[in-house]
Design a protein around this ligand. Structure first.
Ligand SMILES: [Zn+2]
Length: 490
């Protein structure tokens, strides 16, 4: 009897499969617009419950956006809203799909949309996927194939996001893991017709009731990924469960979506040369000369501010006021911390350093600016004690000098090297910009624009504009320091 029901379910599935296929061939549009398959990037979610989604769906997860799409039960294109999984009506929950799609929008061309297709089914083992078992009424691999057809109909399949392994966290599953992943990913790629199709894997949570077994699956996934250059793994060890020691909570799901997006862009995305512009010392020239130039070219930047210690009458004409700093923040620029009074970190006790950092944070708070996450060492001099303090105080990035590119794979995020752009160093910094290859990251440090009193530090507005023009012509990606997060693994 049980078998009969299964067969019936499968039969119905196949019938609806063909009904949907003939239906959707006639459609191929969304909200009256014809979709251009080149401009729809398709991502297929596969695996078990944590990919299917078991988080609590909150208001923000139901806010759709026109460029993140999914399908409904009939196979029609709809604006994506969580939950995306309709295979398990009784267990629907928040997954990472919508958060992934929304995060991708930050890094893809404006005319590209993301189509997220959900095929994960809770409790499925990898072997059930390989053998196309019917699990909870869904023939796992046939359903995957069906979604591949839909994906190809509307767009270009770019990657598979795979989160699975809880059901295989046993000695046999761990022993078979390498073979199983290799077999299944070959099946995925041959179904899609792309031998180099990226597959991104997510680590199992660190909150299991059998943590040793989960961590062995994670280890096996990473060993496999090291042997298959079209895969990559995202970490989830800092994410939390919803109270059952098994499923990621809502926050964890959204963060996982973001991490999949960052990892896809970092490893497989269309790469551009990346430039980070940073302006130091809170000079009033940043407000009057720099901000309008950046706006003209549509670039963002980081302003490392401090109340630069000068005689009051000089400070009044040279330092930005906090109202001006607030205006830069409102224009969308990042406000970074350069210590309250431009104090070399090596000359301060821990308490003094904390107070200097906190001075800027308090000012920011008073002016409605979010707490800085980026820091620039005054005089570009760092030390290990300061880095510990910065880490403790929640800083993600800190900049020094050094005249070389930043490599997120090997460089410490609290020791980000930069080139100084000044009139005098023009030749050296021009070369650094011209030699910058796609995917490489160049950070510029700039002081006053201009500074008539210091010929070694001045950057003429015309010189800055020459660089901005070049970046614009090269289609460089010009970002603020905090945006480096998407190029840094996890
Ligand atoms: Zn400085």
């Amino acid at each position: 009897m049980f078998v009969k029901i299964r067969i019936m379910k499968y039969f119905l599935f196949i019938v609806s499969f063909f009904a949907v296929m003939s239906y959707s061939s006639a459609q191929n549009n969304f909200s009256g617009h014809k979709l251009d398959p080149q401009k729809v990037w398709v991502f297929i979610l596969a695996g078990q419950s944590n990919m299917s989604g078991r988080g609590k769906v909150e208001a923000q997860d139901t806010v759709s956006t026109p460029r993140v799409l999914s399908i409904n039960k009939k196979g029609e294109i709809v604006a994506a809203r969580e939950p995306l999984n309709f295979n398990e009506p009784k267990m629907q929950g928040l997954g990472c799909g919508l958060a992934f799609g929304k995060e991708m929008l930050n890094d893809i061309p404006d005319d590209v949309s993301i189509l997220v297709l959900q095929t994960a089914v809770g409790g499925s083992s990898i072997n059930q996927w390989i053998t196309n078992s019917t699990h909870r009424g869904i023939p796992l691999f046939s359903n995957f194939k069906y979604n591949v057809e839909i994906g190809k109909q509307y767009g270009t399949i770019k990657a598979i996001l795979w989160h699975q392994g809880e059901s295989d966290a046993n000695p046999e599953g761990i022993r078979q893991r390498q073979n199983d992943l290799s077999t299944l990913f070959k099946m995925f790629r041959s179904t899609v017709g792309n031998d180099s199709l990226p597959v991104l894997l997510g680590d199992l949570g660190s909150f299991s009731k059998t943590p040793a077994l989960f961590s062995q699956i994670n280890e096996q996934n990473r060993i496999y990924a090291a042997s298959d250059r079209f895969t990559s793994v995202i970490s989830t060890s800092d994410l939390h469960h919803r109270g059952d020691s098994l499923h990621f909570n809502s926050e964890g799901q959204r963060e996982m979506g973001k991490r999949f997006a960052h990892e896809y862009i970092r490893k497989f995305g269309a790469k551009k040369p990346i430039v980070v512009l940073t302006f130091d010392d809170g000079s009033v020239t940043h407000y009057y000369n720099v901000a309008p130039l950046l706006k003209k070219y549509g670039f963002t930047a980081t302003f490392f501010v401090c109340d630069y210690p000068r005689k009051p009458e000089v400070a009044a004409s040279k330092n930005m006021t906090w109202n001006q700093i607030q205006a830069l923040d409102k224009m969308g620029f990042e406000i970074g911390n350069h210590t309250g009074h431009h104090k070399g970190v090596g000359n301060l006790t821990k308490t003094e350093l904390v107070n200097e950092i906190k001075y800027i944070e308090d000012k920011c708070k008073a002016y409605g600016i979010s707490k800085p996450v980026s820091f620039a060492y005054p005089g570009n001099r760092s030390d290990s004690a300061a880095r510990i303090v910065l880490k403790e105080m929640g800083y993600v990035f800190a900049r020094v000098g050094g005249s070389r590119y930043f490599n997120p794979e090997t460089d410490d995020r609290l020791l980000i090297p930069s080139y100084t752009m000044t009139d005098k160093l023009d030749e050296k910094s021009s070369r650094a910009l011209q030699e910058l290859r796609p995917g490489q990251i160049l950070i510029f440090t700039i002081h006053e624009v201009p500074d008539p009193d210091h010929e070694n530090y001045t950057t003429a507005p015309e010189l800055l504009e020459k660089y901005l023009k070049l970046m614009s012509m090269n289609h460089d990606e010009v970002i603020a320091m905090k945006d480096l997060v998407k190029y840094c693994k996890n």
